[in-house]
Design a protein around this ligand. Structure first.
Ligand code: GLU
Length: 504
């Protein structure tokens, strides 16, 4: 292909962008960047009945959050604009007319009632009604009517649609970059509607015309569009245009069982299926988003890249740049990709480790009023001690609260294990040891306390367990000496004393 690569993501703004849509956008983005091409966003909003306010904005924000912004689209580098089909409305009719003139399309006047009758009649006989070569001459259209009759209907302002005249007895040889060669018998195709008398094109016409006018070289989209491929090929042929190459991405399957991933699966198993939170403008229902649930965009992107693609090596962690480098559409699978919510959490844990402690501290602090007066550098040090155990920023509080305030109670089970008759006395001695340390460092604390334990031949647990309980309130957390050092001498002593007085 000599043309420079131009791909497009062409969502319909009918609601929040499903995570599968983000995957489609990502694969388009990766393909574009890999080939130094252009990633176009086109908003396919010809179906005004399904238009949802805020959806376009949501799509743009979702792409930006994932770090995969479009190069050309509404409000940006509008070389081939406008990029909203509703703003291109007047352009499609002439293309429908061309197809009529060349005999590739025709006017059809069948009423909704007539078509419904045929549909039901077929159903009753266990058949499916298809409007095409085998019955089109028996229906009411410009092929079955005379020229004059047709014109009279048009002049009278009768409702019509323009249908594509799909060929009879042909075998189409289609190509898909992922699925290879596909053969289609044209006799099974129906004469799809391309245009309606309300002045609006259908998806098929608008999509092909725009892909052509926007010089799209590769159409990468979800598997659900595979059944439209034959019609799209035929449309290109009818217009005499060179067709782009096509790639239909595999379905995203439920975590378990059969079928496509749905919002219900997310609700049931407790994970979002949308990149960002979405409030339904009508019902005000809120749907969770990966962003608000505390996922890092790199984790989401890395995870989505593996939904249907793999690099052919063991490597799983990929930055966006590495993905661009490694991405090869020939390595995308045909088979459906199972959505594993645990895997995205695993990626999040990984990406948590790559964040700077300072950035995490800022984010953590902004989520907790209690941390308002605490020095962010101190919070960053604390985070450095527990980060390994965290997957989300929201995990930090439970992992670190004792760095910011003394525990109010001691875990019951742990206390039973840790508190012995001589605990108060031992802790009293530990307080004395700590007070006597000149330079209060984790290292000094460790050497002093450990050698005291050894020389007094006391069991290690007898000291360390109550000590940890005094500081943390539970038998968890990083190294006890690190904790003491972080909270400081005064606080350490006061926590141990508080425990001793509770024990007495
Ligand atoms: N508007 C279609 C959608 O919502 C675009 C399909 C395509 O990429 O051709 O997915």
């Amino acid at each position: 292909m000599t043309n420079t690569v131009r791909v497009r993501f062409a969502p319909s703004p009918t609601g929040p962008l499903h995570i599968g849509g983000v995957r489609t956008a990502l694969f388009n983005y990766l393909f574009a960047k890999k080939h130094n091409g252009t990633f176009v966003l086109r908003i396919e909003d010809t179906d005004q009945n399904r238009y949802v306010k805020g959806a376009e904005n949501y799509i743009v924000e979702a792409l930006n959050w994932c770090g995969i912004p479009f190069d050309e689209g509404p409000g940006k580098n509008e070389k081939f604009g406008p990029y909203r089909q509703s703003e291109r409305k007047t352009l499609y009719k002439q293309y429908a007319d061309t197809l009529i003139a060349s005999g590739n399309a025709y006017y059809a006047f069948d009423t909704a009632e007539t078509l419904d009758f045929h549909r039901k009649d077929h159903e009753a006989k266990g058949k499916t009604f298809i409007y095409n070569w085998h019955n089109r001459l028996k229906l009411t259209n410009s092929l079955s009517l005379s020229k004059e009759e047709t014109q009279a209907k048009l002049d009278a302002g009768e409702d019509y649609v323009i249908r594509f005249k799909s060929p009879q007895d042909e075998t189409l040889h289609l190509k898909d970059m992922i699925r290879g060669d596909i053969k289609i018998d044209t006799n099974i195709l129906d004469d799809k509607i391309l245009f309606k008398s309300d002045g609006m094109p259908t998806y098929h016409l608008a999509n092909i015309v725009d892909d052509h006018l926007m010089q799209i070289t590769h159409v990468i989209r979800g598997e659900e569009w595979l059944p439209s491929l034959a019609l799209h090929y035929l449309l290109y042929k009818a217009f005499g245009w060179e067709a782009p190459e096509f790639a239909h991405l595999p379905l995203i399957l439920k975590p378990t069982g059969k079928g496509k991933l749905s919002k219900r699966d997310g609700d049931k198993l407790g994970f979002p299926v949308f990149p960002l939170e979405w409030e339904d403008p009508k019902t005000h229902d809120i749907s969770r988003g990966y962003k608000e649930d505390g996922y890092f965009p790199d984790a989401v992107v890395n995870f989505l890249a593996f939904l249907g693609w793999n690099p052919g090596t063991e490597q799983e962690i990929f930055s966006l740049d590495e993905l661009i480098n490694a991405f090869d559409i020939a390595r995308v699978n045909k088979a459906g990709a199972r959505f594993d919510p645990d895997k995205i959490t695993w990626f999040n844990h990984h990406y948590m480790q790559t964040q700077s402690n300072d950035a995490l501290a800022e984010a953590f602090k902004s989520q907790h009023d209690t941390l308002g007066n605490i020095d962010v550098n101190y919070i960053a040090l604390v985070i450095g001690l527990v980060k390994e155990r965290a997957t989300f920023i929201s995990d930090f509080w439970d992992l670190t609260y004792y760095f910011f305030k003394a525990p109010k109670q001691y875990d019951e089970k742990a206390a039973k294990k840790a508190f012995k008759d001589d605990t108060s006395e031992i802790m009293g001695q530990i307080v004395a040891l700590i007070n006597a340390i000149d330079e209060f460092s984790a290292e000094n604390l460790q050497t002093t306390i450990k050698s005291w334990i050894t020389s007094n031949e006391i069991g290690f647990g007898k000291v360390m367990m109550p000590l940890r309980l005094a500081l943390v309130g539970a038998l968890q957390g990083p190294d006890v000496f690190d904790i003491m050092f972080m909270i400081g001498k005064t606080e350490t002593v006061s926590r141990i004393k508080a425990m001793v007085s509770k024990l007495q």
